[in-house]
Design a protein around this ligand. Structure first.
Ligand code: NA7
Length: 530
């Protein structure tokens, strides 16, 4: 006799994706369980509590839009809200929609196996129990599996080692401490100025220099906020028309179609405005190397003007195209290197040899340390999915299936993994966009696929191999027309040793949404319902 599933759907992760998915599934009448590793909701904002952590998308945009009242009642205090405030918002949403009763906290999925004969997923958790569900939805986040650097002897160190993506709950005070930060990505660029204010001495180990644009963060102007709230619908609609799903529109000219003076004026205006819109100073910075170089040179000139020591300025100046790695948004990052208590080490010239009991030994010296901060990023986009140990039809492991890089249909489903869905999975716009609207679009899409199946009396949903192959080629074809494949970014998995080099996100939010809408109109082509 076939076994019946305990739940209609199990969702993994209670970040912004998992919470909204739960809300929608309840409305569909599903019996749902959300399994969450952390002790609370918030996902990325639950774990990334490092000093200086804040959003790099304006808060008025980085919020849910599915509920009018929720949008109206919440007030953001700053242009780019800090992590504690975003976590408070996540908790507010959980309380407001009474989501917690269906969330199992402090629980990790250790395996998920599809059973063909019973048509269900068996999900094993670290509390030694097995739960069953018809549908499995991974809302596990794109940047949630920390990348631990392989440096000899980390266990030897007698001080504290922190990872920015697994920051402890309590306040960490670096006063009078000798601290090292390894890495100079977004997290480090936010944390370094704050840690440098406290620490006796801060040593920064850089592997690759990154471009950072000033945030120009400020308190929210109540008049602007009210105007935004009144016109939320219009603004959200407008944001959905841009490549990255953000409100700031790119300037509709090529950087090389204007003269040098006008170009500089345009860059200066965007620099003064602050934030990620800098990459929209012209409309071709990510598709034209020559145009890109003009923006890169502008930022490098700013670095030289800001950092007093020319040698340090040179180390901090990136060599890759701007925006090829995710552009960073900073508050006083380059200025920090003028402080007498801050040292920058380029590990390409002076490699880290090992961690010792009281510090780090490089190829030239021993550095005594009380604390080491690993700001070394994540096994992005596939890390958390692979860690779940998912087996599909005939026991095929997802990790093995993705040996040469992830293959999905729309970044939402995989052939041979029936009734399994990913929110913002590889092959969808995800990390190249404002994550909140992207999450909502994906959750709505999964919801519509499930409703469609129900309406037609079908239970099994699976992406076809053909649709998956065509989608994979399409994602790569678009990426190949951009500067993205030309540097070693985590978009390509290049930050993790041994990870296949494949460009994972989909470039172009509006085009992606239009394709999804067409697929839905045509009865969800590319999916097999049985
Ligand atoms: P990132 O952007 O991946 O940055 C990680 C940094 O750590 C980056 O500078 C890496 O250098 C460096 N790194 C990684 N491994 C090592 C080792 N083994 N040794 C030295 N340095 C290393 O992660 P973040 O957490 O800063 O930001 C992730 C996203 O979160 C961000 O884009 C926002 O969207 C939020 P590399 O560049 O790989 O040479």
């Amino acid at each position: 006799m076939s076994q019946k599933a305990e739940f209609d759907t199990i969702v993994v992760g209670a970040g912004f994706a998992g919470m909204y998915m739960l809300y929608r599934l309840r409305m569909l009448g599903h019996r749902v369980l959300v399994i969450e590793k952390g002790g609370g909701v918030g996902g990325t904002w639950y774990w990334n509590r490092y000093p200086g952590a804040r959003c790099d998308v304006p808060s008025m945009e980085y919020s849910y839009q599915f509920d009018h009242q929720l949008q109206q009642e919440w007030n953001w205090s700053e242009r780019y809200s800090p992590q504690p405030e975003i976590l408070r918002y996540a908790n507010h949403v959980a309380d407001r929609f009474q989501l917690r009763s269906d969330i199992l906290f402090n629980t990790t999925v250790i395996s998920a196996d599809y059973e063909d004969e019973n048509n269900l997923w068996k999900i094993a958790t670290n509390d030694q129990t097995i739960k069953t569900a018809t549908y499995l939805i991974a809302a596990t986040g794109c940047l949630s599996s920390p990348n631990e650097p392989t440096i000899s002897n980390p266990g030897e160190f007698s001080g504290e080692i922190y990872h920015t993506g697994r920051w402890p709950n309590e306040q960490i005070d670096f006063s009078n401490k000798n601290v090292a930060v390894i890495g100079t990505g977004s997290s480090a660029i936010q944390a370094i100025p704050v840690i440098a204010k406290q620490a006796k001495h801060l040593t920064v180990f850089q592997r690759t220099a990154n471009y950072a644009v000033p945030a120009r963060n400020a308190k929210t102007d109540p008049v602007e906020r009210d105007h935004f709230k009144k016109n939320y619908k219009k603004f959200r609609k407008l944001a959905a028309t841009t490549r990255n799903g953000q409100l700031a529109q790119p300037y509709d000219k090529s950087a090389i179609a204007v003269n040098q003076r006008d170009r500089k004026k345009q860059y200066e205006a965007r620099w003064q405005q602050g934030g990620l819109p800098f990459i929209g100073s012209f409309n071709d910075l990510i598709i034209n190397q020559k145009s890109n170089q003009t923006a890169a040179e502008f930022v490098k000139q700013k670095i030289r003007e800001t950092v007093k020591d020319p040698k340090t300025a040179a180390i901090l100046s990136p060599t890759s195209p701007i925006g090829c790695k995710r552009l960073c948004v900073d508050s006083g990052y380059y200025e920090t290197f003028n402080q007498p208590n801050v040292t920058l080490i380029d590990i390409n010239q002076t490699p880290i040899d090992s961690i010792t009991s009281n510090g780090i030994t490089t190829s030239t010296k021993k550095i005594e340390l009380d604390s080491i901060v690993m700001a070394t990023g994540f096994d992005a986009m596939t890390g958390s999915l692979e860690k779940m140990n998912i087996s599909g039809r005939n026991g095929v492991k997802l990790k093995e299936r993705w040996n040469a890089g992830p293959k999905t249909y729309l970044g939402i489903a995989c052939n041979d993994y029936p009734n399994f869905f990913m929110i913002t999975g590889p092959g969808s716009p995800s990390v190249l966009t404002n994550m909140l609207p992207t999450i909502e679009q994906h959750v709505n899409l999964v919801n519509d696929i499930l409703s469609h199946a129900k309406k037609h009396g079908r239970q099994n949903i699976e992406a076809t191999a053909e649709a998956q192959d065509t989608w994979h080629d399409h994602v790569n074809e678009i990426a190949s027309k951009t500067i993205y494949p030309s540097c070693n970014s985590w978009y390509l998995g290049a930050n993790v040793a041994g990870k296949p080099r494949v460009f994972m996100p989909y470039v172009g939010f509006p085009d992606y949404v239009a394709r999804c809408e067409k697929i839905a109109q045509d009865g969800f082509t590319g999916f097999c319902f049985s």
